[in-house]
Design a protein around this ligand. Sequence first.
Ligand code: ATP
Ligand code: MG
Length: 365
Amino acid sequence: THGAHMTQRIAVIPGDGIGTEVMPEGLRVLEAAATRFGLDLDFESFDWGCGHYLREGRMMPADWKERIGGHDAILFGAVGAPDRVPDHIAIWDSIITIRREFDQYVNLRPARLMPGVPSPLANRRPGDIDFLVVRENTEGEYSSLGGRMFPGTEREFVIQESVFTRTGVDRVLRFAFELAARRPGRHLTAATKSNGISITMPYWDERLQAIAGEYPEVAWDKFHIDILCAHLVQHPDRFDVIVASNLFGDILSDLDPACTGTIGIAPSANLNPERRYPSLFEPVHGSAPDIAGRGIANPVGQIWSAALMLQHLGRDVSVWQDAADAVLRAIEAVLAEGPRTPDMGGTARTADMGRAIASHVAQAR
Ligand code: ATP
Ligand code: MG
């Protein structure tokens, strides 16, 4: 019953800095897609971020969860104003809190070499690099379990535990296998480090082996994180879907945009695949105070994140997937032929690039 005409309610949080400059372009392109493909998108905007913090003493209101918990998705810009609000408050009390409270246990980052974007890797062309990183987003190495003993003495020692649960590991592995099963390559690579991390990583490998049994149609392999990083630089064309724990996924998902060009174009999704809570879509870049207020930020990371949102909202309904594809084609066309913002060597402004992408979407066939 989930057709094109079901209204999807989007909570829009532009945030700070260039977040407020790239978000209007994301919305412009979504509106073009909604008109062209007959999608019913209902946007509601929330001015949460460092401005809110400076006025009210918190990044989001106390009832933030009720305010956006019933929406179908969250489109997020970026938060941070390092000269006025400490980064740990800006980030933790907004985006990290939303990810945790809405159990967005998958962080999905596509890495695709786009036309017109030079890669630092020699001899790589568009199409050579096209893979997805699935990062576990809630547990693993990023726990706050641990502490410091005998501080300030010669006997001082420090412990921080990693926590891997059967539920947490299995659900992210299943998500990754499902994703791989639906792609033409049907291949999954897992990051591990069971030769050095001798308790948790062998467990991760064991669950990988077990879950792989449920997906005989997916070919899979695994690499230690160190050699995997080397392979990604030397043979990025070999990868399709990569699944990794919180820490290893963090490392990989910063390596990818480095291999595929400017940080200004990289998108991400924080998913609660069961849809018990809204999922969140945001560009990989931050609020970029160094260029904020000048209207020159690259809007593609935000627009591509909006395309990921359409894919997610549409489930398997083809018109939503068509809309998402049209946005991606439009991004590719504009990256290839311009206009381009200064980070890509052009002279265009944020809105020029957004308008050009929206007009390609409006004419999509
Ligand atoms: P965070 O702390 O969240 O990483 P940040 O503002 O410190 O945020 P980024 O936003 O990731 O760091 O920016 C890193 C560099 O990349 C900055 O020099 C910034 O100007 C540039 N940059 C980031 N996003 C864009 C964009 N959309 N267009 C052009 N340049 C960008
Ligand atoms: Mg930064």
